[in-house]
Ligand binder design. Structure first.
Ligand code: ADP
Ligand code: GLC
Length: 484
């Protein structure tokens, strides 16, 4: 059955990307569309999108629409643009007053207004298009009010009478906590009792919690994370609500878009390789080392990292583990990332202390990300928590052995290597502890010195298949259960 789906997201690759949410949104749009579903994806027309060489069309009947939120009225228009190389297109909500800033996310306390506007726009555009979605799919705190609004503000409209809501949790660490004075904007006239009363008494509204309370279906991006967040350690203060809704919560592992992330056809690489052309990978490593100003050396393992520099990613462990490892072990390190200033200073300092062995590229670079995936021997992801994580799955396909902590999607996608049987795809450690990182790196370096064993480990990873084709079927099955 072809489904009508209204999908709300803050970011989507390649139009606007800060992290994995963008990759997942783009892939879901593309694959749901290819499977014959009618997906209308709504996202902000971020200022950065205007600069892209995209073919965009202003939608005549979606121009100059007013959205009243609290006491303010916002006027917006909608453009459509196709995902490159596909028939699938997105609806970009254009309101320069709100989305005109340079970056996708701001640290501003009124950031939530952007997303209340996006959410209203999605409902209003469905009305203008007479599009009756069977599924209203929101993502993360940004659009987590959508399920509540379906039951309140937009309940009068028969268009939405059969609509069921889905909220995907990509990251419980970001919750959209706003002051209680935002209640009129969040509720649009609905009963204050719908808000979480303890929070309200504490002067707050947690937008993500509203989604957890009111969505018909909750999904998160790996089965392990779905279990973990129901306990205090990983629940980020929302585990009580998640336990209460556990019957409505499922974990669906993210997929990999192998059109973008496969060394056999990577657009951003000059040469391509598969599991039996590892000589090409070795040559790409040499080029990457030269490009980053690192000393050449095929026998010295190169460890790669591409990451938001945030506490979630386990950088605190590295503050202690890496200086000591660099002093005692022969390896090089290529890091691409940006985020917390203290972490940026740490990696910049490491690069200064170890010229020729450590390179730190501060910032965002799609191209360098592909090069690091291809040219590194190992990929380090010591996350404190990881809802899914994409780079460990990309790394597997690139023959770049993932070294990960056993948590969330990392635990679900990397199997510990067993040298005896030759099975497994990476190095997996348990404890959130610098000693465990040291153990994992040392283990990887020992295996690297045994070429036959290493090749086996690399090729095991390259043969893994995390394609979206299968994951999309999981989403569709979940939608259909909801509609049955
Ligand atoms: P998260 O969404 O928590 O940041 P994921 O592993 O799901 O983590 O996804 C991160 C995505 O963002 C990957 O596609 C990764 O390659 C990309 N990425 C992160 N930081 C950078 C950067 N500095 N430059 C280029 N790509 C980056
Ligand atoms: C989040 C998570 C990451 C996940 C991504 C896409 O940003 O941190 O683990 O892969 O969303 O779902």
């Amino acid at each position: 059955m072809a489904l009508r789906i209204c999908f709300l997201t803050a970011e989507m690759a390649p139009f606007a990307k800060a992290g994995g949410l963008a990759d997942v949104s783009g892939a879901l749009l593309r694959y749901l569309h290819a499977a014959g579903h009618d997906v209308r994806l709504f996202m902000p027309f971020h200022a950065s999108i205007a600069a892209l060489p995209l073919e965009r069309h202003a939608v005549g009947f979606l121009a100059g629409i007013d959205a009243r939120i609290g006491t303010r009225t916002y006027r917006y228009s909608v453009h459509t643009a196709r995902l490159p190389g596909t028939d699938a297109f997105a609806y970009l909500v254009d309101c320069p007053e709100v989305f005109g800033g340079e970056s996708i996310y701001t640290a501003s306390p009124d950031e939530y207004r952007r997303y209340l506007l996006l959410t209203h726009a999605a409902f209003q555009c469905c009305q203008h298009m007479a599009f009756a979605p069977q599924i209203l799919h929101a993502n993360d705190w940004h659009t987590a009010v959508a399920p509540l609004w379906l039951r309140t503000i937009y309940r009068w409209d028969k268009l939405f009478a059969a609509t069921r809501s889905v909220l995907t949790i990509h990251n419980l660490g970001y919750q959209g906590i706003v002051g209680a004075e935002a209640a009129p904007e969040v509720l649009g006239g609905a009963d204050r009792m719908l808000l979480h009363q303890d929070e309200l008494r504490a002067g707050q509204i947690n937008l993500l919690r509203l989604g957890l309370l009111y969505a018909d279906l909750l999904t998160t991006v790996s089965p392990s994370y779905a279990r973990e967040i129901q306990g205090a350690e990983y629940g980020a203060g929302l585990d009580d609500t998640l336990r209460a809704r556990s019957g409505a919560l499922v974990g669906i592992l993210n997929g990999v878009d192998y059109q973008e992330w496969d060394p056999r056809n990577d657009r951003l690489l000059p040469r391509h390789y598969g599991a039996n052309q590892l000589g090409v990978k070795a040559a790409l490593k040499e080029e990457l080392l030269a490009r980053l100003g690192l000393a050449s050396g095929t026998r010295r393992p190169l460890v790669g990292m591409i990451t938001r520099l945030a506490a979630q990613k386990g950088i605190d462990l590295l503050l202690e583990a890496l200086p000591q490892m660099l002093a005692t072990q022969d390896f090089s390190l290529a890091v691409l990332g940006s985020g917390d200033a203290a972490y940026e200073r740490f990696f910049a300092g490491l690069a200064r202390a170890h010229p020729g062995r450590v390179a730190f590229h501060q910032g965002y670079s799609e191209e360098l990300a592909h090069w690091i995936e291809a040219g590194s021997d190992m990929f380090l992801m010591p996350s404190r928590y990881e809802p899914c994580g994409l780079n460990q799955m990309y790394s597997l396909r690139y023959g770049t052995v993932p070294i990960v902590r056993r948590t969330g999607g990392l635990a679900d996608s990397v199997q510990p290597f067993d040298a005896g049987s030759g099975s497994g795809t990476g190095i997996v450690f348990n404890d959130y502890d610098p000693q465990a990182v040291r153990w994992a790196l040392t283990t990887a370096f020992d295996l690297y010195r045994r070429p036959g064993t290493w090749r086996r480990l690399v090729q095991n990873g390259m043969s893994q298949d995390f394609s979206w084709q299968r994951r999309v079927q999981d989403y569709v099955a979940a939608y259909e259960r909801l509609l049955a």
